[in-house]
Design a binder for this molecule. Structure first.
Ligand code: FAD
Ligand code: MLT
Ligand code: ZN
Length: 478
């Protein structure tokens, strides 16, 4: 903002006029939860937290921000893990929490339309009510919003079957920085009239516009769904830790490929290791998994119009390294198995403030990466590695490994840099599904060509010429 305090007072008064005083939060205690991200690694003070009720209010707020040059951070459920959802430098926070209605949900049209602040769980419930599902799921479902999931192009546990959020997206309504409202909500599968607005917004992390409504393609609820937790023992389980992790990861990759080849309708292939399993069991108080002494577990889920249990059993039985399997085909049993995987994030957070390094590796590089990553982090941290921990888990089916480093101070990026360099050298991606935010700015240049970056920059400049939307995210602040 033009830094005179009278301009600030004028802006806040205008916000009060648009939203009503109750929805312009200035009290530091009430602002606090909007100012710190889920990991507790990122955050800063905000000018004000604004809570619009509808698209028209969002448009009026943005037009004023643009005119007054007030930086604006869009925020949904604040479950983002790369620092893009919280203020850094006195920006205003625009919370979409009050735009939370499911507007329509029709299994025949295969379409759900909802306001952007609707949580994933609420949208899932609406879809289930008409015998359908969204084809996308993440463990943060109770807080993460559809708008935030579009903005981050969220991935999650069903990407290998249905793709990430951009593949589920049938359209959206978005408010641009100057208050222009653009709407593309027909949900038609065939509709080739120019640029694809929804796809430009997917993965834009709040830098191009504020999503106010989202249309999502539905898929029919399957008649059968089965989940298996498969314990794997590597050949060198008692040898060098790095070698043991590499060896058991190789078994996991081989099993994942075998399952993909032999089983129809695979929804999820997820991987956890022995140290993560122990931590989750301790924090969440979970009972022993199959083969409690295993080196890793692969969680496999498949679904369809016919029962996939037999096909899955045939793929898993006799596969190298499999020591024990637990299977469930009803909701309660399946969520008991999923808990070992899904509760990793909260369990890791109890160890301290995590550096969350969400990366993808080509499958032929994955085992080498998981085996070597701890040593690379140790070398980067030097003597301070002593008090640090690295916990790995991820969506093995699509090569996505979540590397969690606990120990380094939030602003210490030596471990982050070492891991990202390793990923770039192995032809991987430094952001599989969480986005760039402010956490990975230094590596955007290594991940995208100069031509790519020039196009991104021109789109940003065209849609947000004053740079008020999420300044400092995706592109370094100018
Ligand atoms: P926020 O955190 O509020 O914001 C995220 C980004 O989107 C910010 O840049 C923000 O400015 C922008 N934004 C938010 N709303 C809008 C809007 N309406 N218009 C424009 N921009 C907006 N992510 C995955 O991809 N896969 C997972 O499996 C996964 N699992 C998770 C599990 C846990 C326990 C947690 C805590 C997080 C997980 N995440 C996962 C990360 C997170 O949930 C996703 O990134 C999610 O998409 C963020 O949604 P949100 O509403 O919380 O967005
Ligand atoms: C997950 O897959 O559970 C998430 O992406 C969250 C995390 O990385 O902790
Ligand atoms: Zn994930």
């Amino acid at each position: 903002m033009a830094d005179s305090s009278s301009a600030e007072v004028g802006f806040l008064a205008e916000m009060g006029g648009i939203l009503g005083a109750a929805h312009c939060i200035s009290d530091p205690d009430l602002k606090a939860s909007y100012e710190l991200d889920w990991t507790r690694r990122f955050g800063g003070k905000s000018l004000v937290v604004l809570r619009p009720a509808d698209t028209a209010q969002v448009a009026a707020v943005l037009a004023a921000c643009n005119r007054c040059k007030v930086g604006m951070v869009p925020q949904g459920g604040n479950t983002g893990l790369v620092g893009g959802s919280v203020p850094r430098n006195g920006e205003a926070v625009l919370s979409l929490g009050r735009l939370n209605k499911v507007l329509s949900c029709d299994a025949d049209l295969g379409l759900l339309v909802a306001e952007a602040g609707t949580t994933l769980a609420v949208a899932q419930k609406a879809a289930a009510g008409v015998g359908a599902e969204l084809g996308i799921d993440i463990a943060a479902r109770d807080s993460a919003t559809l708008g935030g999931m579009v903005a981050t192009n969220a991935g999650g546990i069903h990407v290998i079957r249905h793709g990430p959020m951009r593949a589920r997206l049938a359209g959206l309504e978005v408010v641009l920085a100057d208050g222009t409202i653009a709407t593309r909500l027909s949900g038609l599968i065939k509709d080739n009239v120019g640029y694809d607005l929804a796809q430009i917004m997917a993965g834009s992390e709040g830098t191009l516009g504020v999503v106010t409504k989202v249309a999502i393609h539905l898929v029919p609820l399957p008649r059968f769904r089965v989940t298996a937790l498969v314990a794997l023992r590597g050949p060198s389980q008692s040898g060098e830790p790095a070698e043991a992790v590499r060896a058991v990861s190789e078994l996991a990759v081989a099993l994942a490929l075998r399952v993909r080849r032999r089983v129809d309708g695979v929804d999820a292939i997820e991987l956890v290791f022995a140290d993560g399993m122990e931590l989750v069991r301790e924090v969440a108080g979970l009972p022993a998994p199959p083969d409690p002494g295993a080196g890793a577990w692969l969680l496999v889920e498949a679904s369809g119009a016919t029962d996939p249990t037999e096909m899955l059993a045939e793929a898993v039985d006799g596969a190298e390294g499999v020591s024990e399997v637990a299977v469930a085909d009803e909701a309660a049993g399946r969520s008991r198995l999923w808990a070992y995987r899904e509760r990793h994030t909260e369990a890791i957070a109890t160890l301290g403030v995590p550096h969350k390094l969400d990366v993808t590796l080509p499958l032929d590089e994955l085992a080498g990466f998981t085996g070597a990553v701890r040593e690379v982090v140790s070398a980067a941290l030097g003597p301070e590695a002593e008090g640090s921990r690295v916990v790995l888990f991820g969506h093995l089916g699509d090569g996505n490994v979540h590397v969690n480093v606990i120990g380094p101070e939030p602003e210490d990026h030596r471990a982050d840099d070492a891991v990202f360099n390793m990923v770039v050298a192995r032809r991987g991606s430094i952001s599989a599904e969480h986005g760039v935010g402010i956490a990975k700015l230094a590596f955007v240049g290594a991940a995208r060509s100069p031509g790519d970056l020039a196009v991104m920059r021109r789109i940003k400049d065209a849609l947000d010429p004053s740079g008020v939307l999420n300044p400092g995210v995706l592109f370094p602040a100018s």
